[in-house]
Design a protein around this ligand. Structure first.
Ligand code: BTN
Length: 330
């Protein structure tokens, strides 16, 4: 365990702890404690310090806990996942990419969570802001027997599973945006980064990386340049990240099994019911151009259907729907 992790463990009760007490507990100097506090602040933790009283977290935090996650899973899934929790990683997706190469014969599904990501990755090479101890960063490695063409569908199915897990925990009005954003009131609540990493014994290996904004600190809010929100703002309560992680694992298993058995067909109604932009005129952005059309849903391959100005319906496998209001006639 790193010193930062140990200090965080002592501070998590959100009571005051003097520098002297922290230093004594960890067998290090008070100036070393001060340096750790500065480092924790840089990673996004809001720590108050008052002369004569010491240091205190601005709010209580529940640290990630493998045991709580495993116990919250339904008994049918108890032996299905190998859960790893870390204080700090470059990216939970990157951890699984490396890990899988060394543990190819474990039949359980590897799952990795971190309190903090130094290089959290979003789609299209973007940064995924990953402040410490407050949001959820989870990656799941999934083996499947279908063709590589079926892979893009997993991305949409993961968004549905994630939306369902949030709804189960009491978050109402969760929507999706093609291909795999989870929104609330047109603001981003969670994102998914799906990576196909190769083949093992004839199975395709996927990594599904999920970031959920649980309680985004103000310092991180300022660096995010798209409309976004978090679960605390939406529900008014601080949801347990461990319970949320277990619920996500449960729903991902459930939805992926449906998709592997029946394809997208049986999930189309649910997608269309949650599709924030259904029947709306949108701008679909590509690296060098934009296309405008009215969203007509998705097809059984998970492609986006747009009704074009020329009266034709066209399917798109790539592109990104702009979240900026689009007011021009098409
Ligand atoms: C997006 O751009 O919407 C996708 C964001 C995905 C972020 C998650 S956080 C856990 C996992 N690790 C990463 O580095 N990225 C994904």
């Amino acid at each position: 365990m790193t010193t930062s992790n140990s200090v965080l463990l002592l501070l998590r009760d959100n009571c005051f702890h003097s520098g002297e007490e922290l230093a004594r507990s960890l067998g290090i100097s008070r100036s070393a404690i001060w340096k750790v506090i500065q480092a924790l602040r840089k990673k996004g933790l809001d720590i108050h310090s008052i002369r004569g009283k010491g240091y205190r977290l601005s709010k209580k935090i529940e640290l990630l806990d493998k045991d709580i996650i495993e116990q919250a899973l339904p008994s049918s899934l108890h032996d299905c996942f190998e859960v790893y929790t870390y204080f700090e990683l470059s990216s939970t997706n990157d951890f699984l990419l490396k890990h899988i190469k060394n543990s190819q014969d474990d039949l359980r599904t590897p799952v990795c969570l971190a309190e903090y990501q130094t290089h959290g990755r979003g789609r299209r090479g973007r940064v995924w802001h990953s402040p410490l101890g407050t949001n959820l960063y989870i990656s799941i490695s999934w083996r499947h027997k279908q063709s590589p063409q079926a892979v893009s569908g997993f991305s949409l199915v993961a968004a549905l599973a994630l939306a369902k897990s949030l709804e189960t925990l009491g978050v109402n009005g969760v929507g999706v945006k093609w291909p795999n954003d989870v929104l609330w009131n047109r603001k981003k609540l969670a994102g998914i980064l799906l990576e196909l990493i190769g083949e093992l014994h004839g199975d395709q290996l996927l990594i599904i990386g999920i970031g959920v904004n649980v309680d985004m600190p103000d310092s991180a809010n300022m660096s995010i340049n798209q409309p976004h929100t978090d679960l605390k703002k939406v529900t008014g309560i601080l949801l347990s990240r461990n319970i949320l992680a277990a619920e996500i694992l449960k729903r991902i298993s459930e939805y992926f099994k449906i998709y592997e058995k029946d394809g997208m067909a049986s999930l189309l109604p649910e997608w269309h019911a949650r599709d924030t932009f259904l029947n709306e005129k949108v701008e679909l952005i590509f690296p060098h151009q934009s296309i405008y059309g009215k969203v007509a849903g998705i097809d059984e391959q998970g492609s986006l259907l747009l009704d074009m100005n020329n009266g034709k319906r066209q399917a798109f496998q790539s592109g990104e729907i702009s979240m900026r209001p689009y007011g021009h006639e098409i």
